[in-house]
Design a protein around this ligand. Sequence first.
Ligand code: AMP
Ligand code: ZN
Ligand code: ZN
Length: 408
Amino acid sequence: MRHITLFLLACLLAACVSAPPPRPPATVVLISLDGFRPSELGTGRAPNLDAIARDGVRAEYMRPSYPSLTFPNHYTLVTGLRPDHHGVVQNTMRDAVLGRFRIKDTRATDDARWWNAAEPLWVTAERAGLPTATMFWPGSSAAIGGVRPREWRPYDHGFPAETRVDTVLGWLTRPAAERPRFITLYFERLDEASHDHGPDSPEARAAVSAVDGYVGRLRAGIAANGLRDAVDLVVVSDHGMAEVQPGHEIAVDTMVPADVAEPVTTGQSLGFQPLPGREAEARQQLLGRHEHYECWTRETLPARWHYGRNPRVPPIVCQMDEGWNAQTAATVNRRVPGASRGDHGFDPALPSMRALFVAEGPSFRHGLRLPAFDNVDVYPMLAHLIGVTPRDNDGNPATLQPALVRGR
Ligand code: AMP
Ligand code: ZN
Ligand code: ZN
């Protein structure tokens, strides 16, 4: 009898010793590789992303929201809202009260009134008492709803990529109680190389490897600090990239004269504001199908774009065909003849606009490949991972549920 009791006691003790200590919740690092095409996976140019895709979770691809531009899609990723709903409807905007918004104008990008229609995840987390930190992300330098990330940096294009990674590693290696629970990290290098030289150029290919290397530096730092069980990495892009062949560019004033309708935005998704009294003329000249583009009133845009209700969307929207671009005559004339370029901003349904989604960490299953999904679906998963109640959003929380290990 005594033997049995002792044996049972020993078993209990062993169970206590071998039971894992309660795991502190992981930190989520959301990394954006601007303009990264999922078709780069498996080419050998991005071994770190391939490893994440192989050992963690990979989406076939992710569909960007309309328009397939940087600011609208980055804000979608952290709010789960379509651009029409979160209010950052373009990289370039005009608002009746706020005036003009351009991504290079820090007075505008830092003004919370452009962002306040939505609440990004870092604000929700801070309000719940969870520390957050951003190593760049559109919106992170504005006090949205009066709240900024606990740590943030004003966007600086020249800030070295390695220092960005090391800054994040510095945050991750803080004692668990002070460690941010949600971190963002952003790299523009590939987007810029792809715009300047085309997505299949040697320069863009080198940039694919470079941004993969930044992810590698972060993974190595996480492993070296024994943090692999404490960090979930979610690596995304905002959109893909299409080739724009030499000469595939038209001047905006050939679409409609400037004294009939003013272009609010140029590029691939264009907004026109008819001049007072010239509305009928503007509609007559622009609406419908043209060679290389098609235009709609904002009320009649294709429903699949979920776009046009927001008052910041100009009355007429024109969408360029894949690989075509509309610019001011001055810009068209400045282009180097014969040089290919890259652009995005084309229909989000096009294969060239597909975005990246791969993830790894203690919360993610191993070796899972998910079918394609919309980028609004990322937000509910991020909110779940850090343990906050998501705000109203356009995403489907069921999409990414299969990606998570049970109990996370
Ligand atoms: P685009 O290709 O025009 O959609 O925008 C890409 C550009 O956005 C990049 O070249 C970056 O320089 C710029 N950008 C990215 N994040 C920010 C930010 N937080 N603040 C200002 N500019 C940014
Ligand atoms: Zn972008
Ligand atoms: Zn770009």
